[in-house]
Ligand binder design. Structure first.
Ligand SMILES: CC(C)(COP(=O)(O)OP(=O)(O)OC[C@H]1O[C@@H](n2cnc3c(N)ncnc32)[C@H](O)[C@@H]1OP(=O)(O)O)[C@@H](O)C(=O)NCCC(=O)NCCS
Length: 254
């Protein structure tokens, strides 16, 4: 009979045994913070002090952003429709996409590809913005509908710099902000997704993990909103009461 065993390199379990990446869960519980443990399971090693502080700052940065983000409206709408907590959290997470929270993924992908195209990040950023213009694409991780300066961005870069994490992706990210202004004539601030994308790229994370950082960070916020909706609001209330108007075909018959 063929061997049907498949391999996983994440956690070794057995009766009375739980070892994540080789470390006993009981040691992790006692010695690592949540952010450090998340770093361990994603990267495979215990983070240095610098990496631990950055990981913590990333996970705290996107904890919540008020009641207006699409994922929060998703979570609250699912609750309002009379559904369970797990459905509400899943609903909110499903709303996270390339323009909301999930911009980390595509931003990190672009930065990881372009940061290798040269040593002068100002020149690389100029070429990158030309490419964006030609392909009529927006640069993920830039622009914000509320903030002219996203306070989370500066703080992440400050913590990164304090610990010597001023690598080429952060340099490229800052250069892109300038190039967007020069070439498009628009001030498009680096948003928290763009800053996280640059920092995780300098920390050596694969861009394909990008959306995960936002999901891990935002889930407690979604939980708080789901709970508040359940305990404070009436079921099926008017959520997102923006005026709208029908402009499709008028009444007709087949
Ligand atoms: C976040 C975002 C939706 C906010 O948009 P907004 O402030 O409402 O701005 P609009 O979508 O009305 O765009 C205004 C103009 O700026 C341009 N623009 C906005 N963000 C841009 C970006 N990241 N790259 C290039 N151009 C951008 C738009 O093309 C538009 O140009 P136009 O007036 O010539 O048509 C937008 O900046 C965006 O799509 N960013 C990329 C995705 C992203 O980073 N999302 C995470 C948000 S935290």
């Amino acid at each position: 009979m063929a061997d049907e065993t498949w391999k996983t390199a994440i956690t070794d379990i057995g009766p009375g045994k739980i070892r994540i990446k080789g470390y006993h869960i009981t040691d992790i519980m006692e010695k690592l913070s949540y952010a450090e443990a998340v770093y361990l399971i994603l990267k495979g090693e215990v983070p240095s002090k610098a990496e631990a502080e950055l990981m913590n700052a990333i996970l705290v940065s996107s904890l919540d952003h008020g009641a207006s983000p699409p994922s929060v409206l998703g979570t609250r709408t699912v609750v309002s429709g009379g559904n369970s907590l797990n459905a509400a959290i899943a609903g909110g997470v499903l709303v996270i996409g390339d323009t909301h929270g999930g911009a980390i993924e595509q931003s990190a992908k672009i930065m990881q590809e372009w940061a290798n195209k040269g040593d002068n990040m100002t020149a690389v950023a100029a070429d990158l913005v030309d490419w964006l213009k030609e392909s009529k694409k927006r640069m993920p991780g830039f622009g914000h509908r509320l903030h002219n300066i996203d306070p989370r961005t500066g703080k992440l870069f400050e913590i990164a710099e304090r610990h010597g994490y001023k690598g080429k992706h952060i340099d490229l990210c800052k250069a892109v902000e300038k190039a967007l202004e020069d070439k498009l004539g628009k001030k498009l601030p680096i948003n928290v997704d763009g800053a996280i994308a640059a920092v995780i790229s300098d920390m050596g994370f694969d861009w394909r993990l990008g959306k995960g950082f936002f999901i891990i960070s935002r889930t407690p916020g979604l939980l708080a909103h789901a709970y508040e909706e359940m305990t404070r609001e009436r079921p099926m209330r008017k959520l997102g009461p923006m005026p709208f108007e029908y402009d499709g075909p008028g009444e007709r018959e087949i």
